[in-house]
Write a protein that binds this ligand. Structure first.
Ligand code: SAH
Ligand code: F3S
Length: 481
């Protein structure tokens, strides 16, 4: 099951192909969402031009970077522990420098650099192009910091180096930042205002991935449906754009179509969709192009209208149901997944029951569920007391996870007996003699390897299932190869 925050990859290091002539060693560890993992590929690309090859051996690194996440307190605690570890290693390797990247940069720069003195460099998510200067500073013995958030940085001109890649699926970032201001969420503060990347640079990256043998791309953003290109600049400044800019602007449905047409055999996915920004156009574009996968990650966070309002999610439960009905009508085979938060301030048992009944109505294919974690600086932290006891949050979380598991099984059972196209990504985690891939709906499918290869599109007959995995047998190649 693909996760928004994939626990199995947290802390992964990246190993870049060595560039001969590079003499210094970079160790880079990443936490949090896919966007951070994708950003680490941009950082590795920038630093490969500055004399750095990556290593996965911490002790031999000249520069240690940790790309951090602030979304919940637990994410920050994990990074803090790693920084302590790096600092201990550094004591025995005086030439080693340590830098913090990503979402914790802005919030914790003073604490990390001046109070605790456990890092040499702090770099925010929009400042990676400044890394060559910042590294020069630390080389000369000074601390370096740049946490300025940008109005237009999208790294559209940096070709990311694909690292730790299966060679089949890749992420392509299309927007940065978020303007939605959900009251629980730290992202608008850590990653700044929303801006979109030039569609031509997105299509060029997708074309390049196809040439390199990749078969699937996921277009990435905090809120992809809000994508809007009108020549560059902030989404919220679109109103000020010229008439010609407005007339030639590209929205998310337009971008999806451009990418789908550019590479008709490439599978296309996207994440994340915010219900308030998802339009019928997007759903219709998905229906029009076979290569756009039938899967929508559509976080709702709560089933209670009162809580949705307090979260500043700009839609009601009823409007969400309308959207689900439209998806089911236009794309009958589409899988839908959720993110949910339990124990948001003031949440009552009644509100919680609304969440359970919303889930019962939708019967999501997958879900990513969290207990509310108060984040400093957010509107919820400033205005609302974190008043739901931890054990209540946890109990409600348990209840929605159990219900999701039941629905997951209900959904996987609907695939039994069908023949579905699967793109092979690699060996199954549990068995060397089985391939693992996904169907269009993003469900993991496992089947005996026979003579098939990684990157093949294969028709698989589905014979068995668990709540998250389909088990089957290959019956031949699909027309897509
Ligand atoms: N649009 C984003 C959402 C980012 S955060 C995306 O790309 O997925 C991912 C999920 O983390 C959110 O949907 C929400 O369910 C959860 N989350 C965010 N802030 C949280 C908080 N303060 N406490 C608990 N969960 C939170
Ligand atoms: Fe966060 Fe809401 Fe944006 S969850 S990333 S503020 S859509």
């Amino acid at each position: 099951m693909e996760k928004v925050i994939d626990e199995s990859v947290q802390g992964n290091t990246l190993t870049l192909e060595s560039n001969q002539g590079n003499t210094r060693k970079l160790y880079i560890e990443s936490y949090g969402c896919q966007m951070n993992f994708s950003d680490s590929e941009i950082v590795a690309s920038i630093l490969s031009k500055q004399g750095f090859n990556t290593t996965n051996v911490l002790e031999e690194a000249d520069l240690v970077l940790v790309n951090t996440c602030s979304i919940r307190e637990k994410a920050e605690t994990t990074v803090r522990k790693r920084l302590e570890k790096f600092n201990a290693v550094k004591k025995t390797k005086p030439h080693m420098k340590v830098g913090v990247l990503g979402c914790m940069a802005e919030r914790l720069k003073d604490k990390l650099l001046e109070e605790e003195k456990i890092v040499d460099m702090v770099v925010g998510p929009d400042a990676y192009k400044d890394l060559p200067n910042l590294i020069q500073e630390i080389d000369e013995g000074r601390n370096a910091v740049n946490v300025i958030l940008s109005k237009d940085e999208t790294y559209g001109d940096v070709a990311p180096v694909r690292l730790n890649s299966n060679g089949v699926t890749a992420f392509v970032s299309i927007t940065r930042g978020c303007d939605n201001m959900c009251t629980f969420c730290v992202v608008p503060f850590t990653r700044g205002r929303e801006r979109s990347r030039d569609p031509l640079s997105i299509v060029a990256e997708v074309n390049d991935l196809w040439k390199k043998g990749f078969k699937e791309v996921t277009l990435l953003g905090q809120n992809v449906d809000s994508y809007l290109w009108y020549g560059g600049g902030l989404k919220k400044e679109f109103e000020k754009a010229s008439e010609i800019q407005k007339a030639t602007a590209v929205n998310f449905a337009g971008l999806l179509e451009m990418v789908a047409l550019a590479q008709p055999k490439m599978r296309i996915r996207f994440s994340t969709s915010n219900p308030q920004d998802m339009t019928l156009d997007v759903i219709k574009t998905m229906a029009k192009h076979d290569n756009i996968c039938n899967y929508i990650h559509l976080p709702v966070q709560s089933g209670s209208n009162r809580i949705l309002k307090a979260m500043n999610r700009l839609h009601t439960r009823e409007e969400y149901f309308d959207l689900i009905a439209n998806i089911r009508r236009i794309l009958p085979d589409c899988a839908i997944s959720q993110d949910m938060i339990t124990g948001f301030p003031t949440e009552t048992e009644e509100d919680h029951k609304d969440t359970l009944s919303l889930m019962e109505y939708v019967k999501y294919d997958f879900g990513f569920m969290f207990a509310y974690s108060e984040r400093p600086g957010t509107l919820a932290a400033r205005k609302l007391k974190d008043d739901i006891p931890e054990e209540t949050k946890k109990r409600r979380l348990r209840e929605i996870i159990d219900l999701q598991q039941k629905h997951g099984l209900y959904r996987t059972q609907q695939h039994l007996g069908k023949i579905e196209e699967v793109l092979i990504e690699g060996s199954s985690k549990k068995s060397e003699v089985h391939w693992m891939g996904r169907n269009s709906q993003n469900t993991v499918v496992v089947f005996p390897k026979e003579n098939y290869h990684v990157g093949d599109f294969v028709n698989v007959k589905i014979n068995e299932c668990t709540s998250a995995t389909l088990i089957g047998e290959a019956i031949g190649y699909t027309a897509n190869n």
